[in-house]
Design a protein around this ligand. Structure first.
Ligand SMILES: Cc1ncc(COP(=O)(O)O)c(C=O)c1O
Length: 374
């Protein structure tokens, strides 16, 4: 990885937990703090700085997600973006198709919307960890309004082929929860209709710094159910009673004033991804997660590995060691200076491009000691 990219990050060496939280870059921290400092002066900053800063950030987010300005916005979390989409389908009838084991952020919005008359939720059991057309096509029919999947699964690490899912989705919209991919592997709106990702993990933008891109047909089809005062035409024409027409841009998916600090932090984080080069970052992530995979396999671990090629994986490796409870392994690793997660009785390790290869070798020694002492 190039030096300018590496110089942005300050995490301790044993940090292998990017699937939970990605320690934010210096630029993301500085730009959000800097903006607060500027408005703290109490002059005309609010109008002079805030509006243009948001517009710039929004345009940069759009560019990074491969859409034109106007088709991307900032969201405080992945869930907030998905809620907007789910409630935009209330009144449309039909069904939404979503893998049953998705991270709950991609389950609650559909269930909440269903409970107030939104589309029926079809939760598809995925038996082999492969979120692919074969697994989803049986649940999709002419009444399917939307198919919602993760780009990278939080538990299995499986990376979905979004183009292939778009192909079987027919006329339905396709939503991608990209949080476990954005910043680590190639990730943009592409052929999907909604790409949404919090900024707190691989993107390393910090909290409340999510991004969302939408297709023109998503804007056409989704009702502005949760659209607030800021996201309508002539927002300051207070003498005209609401509701004003919703904006025809992605900013219609905001409940109120834009998430300014998050937007500038996300834009800064996306610029850092550009500095590193997403192809180089992805190669480094796959090399590191591949090394974790090899080492746990060499220890006889039971590994969740549903992928058939490197294109179907990213930065997450989930495993358990025979006879060793995952919580104990995670605790012992913490004592040895490694940060990893326990998830449902499994150990999840998630290195980023900044992880030194020597740390993975050291992780191997620490795990080997545990297996030997078991
Ligand atoms: C696939 C996935 N989606 C979403 C989230 C988080 O959602 P939110 O940004 O709404 O907190 C996570 C992890 O926390 C996740 O793994």
């Amino acid at each position: 990885m190039n030096r300018s990219y590496l110089a942005e990050f300050d995490e301790q060496d044993g940090y292998l937990n990017f699937a939970s939280v990605g320690p934010p870059s210096r630029s993301a921290r500085a730009v959000a703090g800097g903006l607060l400092d500027e408005v703290a002066l109490g002059d005309q900053a609010a109008t002079r700085i805030i509006g243009p800063a948001y517009q710039r950030a929004r345009a940069e987010i759009a560019d990074a997600l491969g859409v034109e300005d106007g088709f991307a916005t900032s969201v405080p979390s992945t869930s907030a973006g998905i809620m907007q989409i789910a409630f935009g389908l209330v009144g449309s009838g039909g069904n939404v198709v979503v893998p049953a084991d998705e991270f709950p952020a991609n389950r609650y919005p559909w269930l909440r919307a269903e409970s107030v008359g939104g589309p029926e939720v079809r939760a598809v059991e995925i038996t082999d960890g492969r979120v692919d057309p074969d697994a989803l096509s049986g649940a999709i029919d002419d009444e399917t309004r939307l198919v919602a999947v993760s780009l990278v699964d939080y538990m299995t690490g499986f990376r979905a082929d979004i183009d292939a899912i778009v192909d079987v989705a027919g006329d339905a919209l396709v939503l991608v929860d990209g949080i476990q991919g954005l910043g680590a592997v190639g990730a943009e709106l592409g052929s999907a209709d909604v790409f949404v990702a919090g900024g707190q993990k691989w993107l390393r933008a910090g909290f409340s710094a999510g991004v969302m891109a939408v297709s023109p047909r998503a804007i056409d089809r989704l009702a502005p159910t949760l659209t607030g005062w800021w996201s309508v035409e002539d927002l300051y024409a207070f003498e005209v009673p609401p509701p004003h027409p919703a904006l025809a841009t992605a900013d219609r998916f905001l409940e109120g004033s834009p998430n300014l600090l998050g937007a500038v932090a996300a834009a800064a984080a996306l610029a850092i991804v550009d500095t590193g080069g997403i192809a180089e970052i992805e190669t480094a992530v796959l090399e590191r997660s591949g090394a974790v995979l090899d080492l746990v396999r060499s220890l006889g671990a039971d590994v969740i590995a549903p992928w058939r090629s490197d294109a179907e994986r990213a930065g997450i490796v989930t495993f358990r060691l025979p006879g060793l409870p995952a919580t104990e392994v995670v605790e012992s690793l913490a004592e040895a200076g490694f940060v990893v997660s326990e998830r449902s009785g499994w150990i999840r390790v998630s290195p980023h491009a900044t992880t030194p290869m020597s740390v993975i070798e050291a992780l191997g020694s620490a795990l080997r000691d545990q297996v030997r002492n078991a």
